[in-house]
Ligand binder design. Structure first.
Ligand code: GLV
Ligand code: MN
Ligand code: MN
Length: 411
């Protein structure tokens, strides 16, 4: 069974979704459970209904559309990703996987085809984790790796509970979690890094995702006058945080496995020109394909942070925000995806994902796979995120071909 992707229609959908929460520079801000996220989900649900899909929304706000198959007792083939974004998001991260899924259904309808298994398209809630930790929250709840209750107890930097935000914006539904395990899960995503673009590849077959460790540190010192307090008498929480920031930047060189390390949030209090900071808060994102190296880096860093803080008379609080082991996709389905990619005659590379994805969570319970398309200049989590139209269409066609093959598999 084969259906033809209409790249123009896919571009049109990406464009429409990008209007919701649009920000300067062509990007989007649809932080999880915000009003913009809710508007995006309503738009998505209406598109699903227009494609004869039955829509369900679960207790954590995952939106799942179902295009019935010839035998609806069989587990569905699920396609999808997320439509929440970081505050400075582009228009492709996540959105592409969801809208390519809808394009597969639209292509099926064009050709009057009805696969054996249902095709489901999922938009998983709060994949980004930029507002509420952990990331990949909706997919974790979908597979039963986290309860909806615990997920919704997460609190953002302004003290707002995820559950309250989700309720107020109308993001929650009544479909049960965990959700039904699909026959297979496929996610098309932009690479979000420079490899495919720089090396001239058209498609990426994702074999694994690196491990992710997110932590928040809070340092407590004493506010004092910047002019009168001798350097030897300071308990400067800001100084500790800034030394830790430099340490984080230098950390990866000490470990095997192509480690990366980032301080994404750094806040000082009272944040005034002439006051020694009393409090500092920072997040540390560590990633590595090598689990042992990731854990060693986390623990070594913690010991060094405590030594720096102790020498300054500053207190330390550590909070674990998220931890995901490195994940290897099922080799059988990876080979099948690689085969379909090769059949396009385009340049295909196998690769490891640097970003976290819903597919690695669905992959814990079902066979799952991902296809990457190039990110121009390797930019992502940036309004200038861009992928060429031909690559969007190419990736969607591969996902469509693999999905329809899987959807014909008998029980
Ligand atoms: C999700 O975008 C991540 O931070 O990997
Ligand atoms: Mn994403
Ligand atoms: Mn992202």
């Amino acid at each position: 069974m084969r259906a033809a992707i209409d790249t123009e229609r896919l571009l049109g959908s990406l464009d429409m979704l990008a209007q919701i929460g649009a920000i300067d520079g062509g990007g989007c801000c649809r932080l999880a459970y915000s009003d913009e996220d809710a508007t995006g989900r309503r738009w998505l649900a209406s598109r699903m209904r227009m494609l004869d899909m039955e829509v369900r929304v679960d207790a954590v706000g995952n939106v799942i559309g179902r295009f019935a198959g010839r035998d609806d007792r069989l587990p569905a083939v699920m396609l999808g990703s997320h439509i929440d974004t970081v505050r400075t998001g582009g228009r492709y991260d996540g959105n592409l996987g969801v809208l390519a899924g809808l394009e597969v259904v639209a292509a099926l309808r064009d050709s009057g085809l009805r696969p054996l298994r249902a095709i489901e398209v999922g938009a998983f809630a709060n994949e980004e984790g930029a507002r509420f930790a952990p990331d990949m929250m909706g997919s974790l709840v979908y597979i039963g790796g986290l309860s909806a209750e615990d997920a919704l107890a997460a609190v953002d930097v302004d003290g707002v509970r995820a559950g309250d935000a989700a309720q107020a914006s109308g993001c929650l539904g009544d479909a049960a979690t965990p959700g039904p395990v699909p026959h297979a899960f496929l996610e098309l995503h932009i690479e979000q890094g420079p490899i495919l673009d720089r090396e001239g590849f058209d498609l990426g077959v994702v074999e694994a995702v690196q491990g992710i460790c997110w932590q928040r540190y809070r340092f407590g010192g004493v506010s004092n006058h910047a002019g009168t307090t001798p350097m030897s008498m300071r308990q400067d929480a800001g100084y500790v945080a800034m030394r830790v920031g430099a340490l984080v930047r230098e950390l990866p060189a000490r470990y095997p496995g192509q480690m990366v390390a980032t301080v994404g949030v750094l806040r000082l209090q009272p944040e005034l020109v002439n006051v020694v900071p009393r409090r500092a808060e920072m997040t540390i994102d560590l990633r590595n394909v090598d689990r042992e190296a990731l854990l060693a880096a986390r623990d070594d860093l913690d010991a060094e942070i405590r030594a720096i803080a102790a020498a300054e008379g500053v207190t330390v609080e550590r909070e674990s925000m998220a931890f995901f082991d490195p994940f290897d996709f099922d080799p059988g389905i990876v080979e099948r995806v690689a085969h379909h990619c090769a059949a396009t005659g385009r340049r295909v590379r196998r690769m490891v994902s640097g970003a976290g994805h819903d597919a690695q969570i669905l992959g814990r319970v079902a066979k799952a796979a991902m296809v990457f398309v190039p990110s121009v200049g390797g930019l992502s989590h940036n309004v200038r995120e861009h992928t060429a139209a031909e690559h969007l269409g190419l990736g969607a066609q591969v996902i469509c071909d693999v999905a329809l093959e899987l959807a014909e598999e008998p029980a």
